[in-house]
Design a protein around this ligand. Structure first.
Ligand SMILES: [Zn+2]
Length: 81
């Protein structure tokens, strides 16, 4: 965990976020900038500097969350991109 990393601050609850999903390995929340309505970020709960640092459990779980975020759900927005 990094003190300066905004993602780590969100994971710790020190920085507010509109969380749409979380489990023991991953977290998904709405991007503050909303480049497209409903733009959601999926992050690992552990601090990483490079995607190659993803372990064998967190990597697949992140991908599963990305895929699941495409399915209809109560928090989903209509997106154009
Ligand atoms: Zn971090």
């Amino acid at each position: 965990m990094s003190v300066a990393c905004v993602f780590c601050q969100i994971v710790r609850g020190a920085e507010p976020a509109s969380v749409v999903w979380e489990d023991e390995l991953t977290m998904a929340f709405l991007d503050r900038r909303q480049f497209h309505p409903g733009h959601t970020l999926v992050i690992p709960r552990q601090h990483l500097c490079d995607v190659r640092e993803l372990d064998h459990k967190t990597g697949p779980r992140s991908w599963t969350r990305l895929h699941a975020s495409r399915a209809p759900s109560p928090w989903r927005f209509r997106t154009k991109g």
